[in-house]
Design a protein around this ligand. Structure first.
Ligand code: ZN
Length: 211
């Protein structure tokens, strides 16, 4: 039996018409002949819908070019054009939420990550550290421990200080290619060996004392 859902409702040209557009998701249907009205100039496009659903997005339509499509974030409702390769990799952020989060309290964090015999440090900044960790795409068996957390009044300030630290210790980072085996979605670029623990802790503590 067919099933219809209504994942989105749009007003595409509210200045010249009050006509709403509805996005339907229809399941268990077979393609058939079209019955367009004479004045309609429509194109049917086949786009992967399930792929978007798998990463909590709703596909709304085509984007500015062949690489981009328009999606709605199921969690916050914002709409954004995203590269399809990034959708496939589950590697994207909502620009509007990110913009807002720069004015909200944030943190720089240093965590210890263990996967089997492998053990490394991860330095980063985030509004919600747990949520950020869940976006790394670590294996199920990963064990994480928060070593240092520094609170910032805004994400903007946290980001600036974090970026300066990452730049300073860039030569000491673990190889991105190797870390991608563990950080399958994100975070592979800011991993450090355990021997950097004291150095990074000292740096973070000195930021803390600067308040
Ligand atoms: Zn958003």
């Amino acid at each position: 039996m067919s099933r219809w859902e209504e994942p989105a409702w749009l007003r595409t040209s509210n200045s010249i018409s009050d006509e709403p557009d509805v996005v339907y998701a229809a399941f268990n249907l077979a393609p058939g002949p079209t019955q367009f009205v004479e004045t309609e100039d429509l194109t049917i496009q086949v786009l992967p819908f399930a792929q978007a659903n798998a990463v909590n997005l709703t596909l709304l339509g085509s984007g500015r070019d062949r690489q981009h499509r328009l999606y709605r974030f199921n969690r916050c409702g914002h709409q954004q054009e995203i590269q399809t390769t990034n959708v496939r990799r589950d590697s994207f952020l909502c620009d509007q939420c990110e913009e807002t989060s720069r004015d909200l309290p944030s943190h720089i964090y240093l965590i210890d990550i263990k996967v089997g015999e492998e053990n490394w440090l991860k330095l980063g900044y985030a509004k919600t550290i747990d949520a950020r960790i869940s976006h790394y795409g670590l294996p199920e068996s990963a064990v994480t421990e928060e070593l240092v957390t520094i609170d910032f009044e805004t994400g903007r300030k946290a980001r600036t200080d974090e970026a300066a630290l990452q730049k300073k210790y860039r030569p000491h980072r673990l190889p991105v290619k190797r870390m991608k085996k563990f950080h399958t979605k994100s975070g592979s670029g800011e991993c450090y060996p355990l021997k950097m623990l004291d150095t990074l802790k000292d740096e973070l503590n000195s930021i803390n004392e600067g308040f």
